[in-house]
Write a protein that binds this ligand. Structure first.
Ligand SMILES: Nc1ncnc2c1ncn2[C@@H]1O[C@H](COP(=O)(O)OP(=O)(O)OP(=O)(O)O)[C@@H](O)[C@H]1O
Ligand SMILES: [Mg+2]
Length: 244
């Protein structure tokens, strides 16, 4: 039987390679949870705080191509420590469901699988920065690397064509960031780590086939969330608070 920590929010993380659809799905899912009366907070990593967003700009900046893997790892966890202390922990304590676009699994996947940093080093920093805090559910949006990269490429084309489209801080519109410049083999390793981690701890992970259209994928994500944490779809806030 699932242990329901009454009063505490759920920590849901969206993961997957570039172009898997994390940033597309998160607001769709947030809206649907909100409609069901669930209090939500959408955030992202690296980022989520003023300090974290500044560190994000550093991490993505192509001027820092060749940053040492250890430096990259430490900056990532610095952003995460701030995010946890200032945003995630207080929200969960207040009963809010936190929907986070990437979290520590991305570090295992990108810095570990992608860059070859030893997973035990990452796990040690995870312990330091997070203590016992882990996501309640990691949604691994899974697509073949070719599909993800093709989507990310189309997105880049689109942002070039639309002057109003937001650009990442420190990046000109349509410019590739430090991670997007990696080759397909890098992303194959990243994808493999996500899948391995999900298979190793299925109670805290779900692998979602994200190659279908946006609405179909959103349904898959919502079905998974509601099975693990049965909030009442289409119910009022009162029913949610009383019923779960
Ligand atoms: N199911 C889908 N089918 C087709 N295109 C999609 C789908 N989901 C998202 N897209 C498009 O693919 C592009 C990448 O999606 P999105 O930005 O959500 O990916 P992401 O996982 O957040 O990537 P990144 O890791 O680079 O931030 C966007 O242009 C988006 O509109
Ligand atoms: Mg995104």
């Amino acid at each position: 039987m699932k242990h329901v920590r009454s009063g505490r929010g759920r920590f849901l993380v969206f993961e997957g390679i570039e172009g898997a659809g994390k940033s597309t799905q998160l607001p769709l899912v947030e809206r649907r949870l909100g409609d069901a009366g669930v209090k939500t907070l959408a955030t992202r990593e690296p980022g989520g705080t003023p300090l974290g967003e500044s560190l994000r700009a550093v991490l993505l900046d192509p001027r820092f191509t060749g940053m040492s893997p250890a430096a990259e790892l430490l900056v990532m966890f610095a952003a995460r420590a701030e995010h946890l202390a200032k945003v995630i922990e207080p929200a969960l304590a207040a009963g809010t469901w936190v929907l986070c676009d990437r979290f520590t699994d991305a570090t295992f996947a990108y810095q570990g699988g992608g860059r070859g940093v030893d997973a035990t080093q990452i796990a040690a920093l995870e312990e330091t920065a997070q203590g016992g805090l882990r996501p309640d559910l990691v949604l691994v949006l899974d697509v073949p690397v070719e599909v993800g990269l093709a989507r990310a490429g189309r997105r880049r084309q689109m942002t070039m064509g639309f002057p109003a489209a937001p650009a990442e801080a420190g990046l000109a519109r349509g410019m590739t960031d430090r991670f997007e410049r990696e080759d397909a083999d890098f992303f194959r390793r990243v994808r493999e780590v996500y899948l391995e981690r999900a298979r190793a701890r299925p109670e805290h992970y779900a692998i979602i086939d994200a190659s279908a259209d946006e609405d179909t994928t959103a349904e898959r994500v919502l079905t998974t969330i509601s099975k693990r944490f049965p909030y009442r779809r289409h119910s009022t806030r009162q029913a949610y608070e009383a019923g779960i």
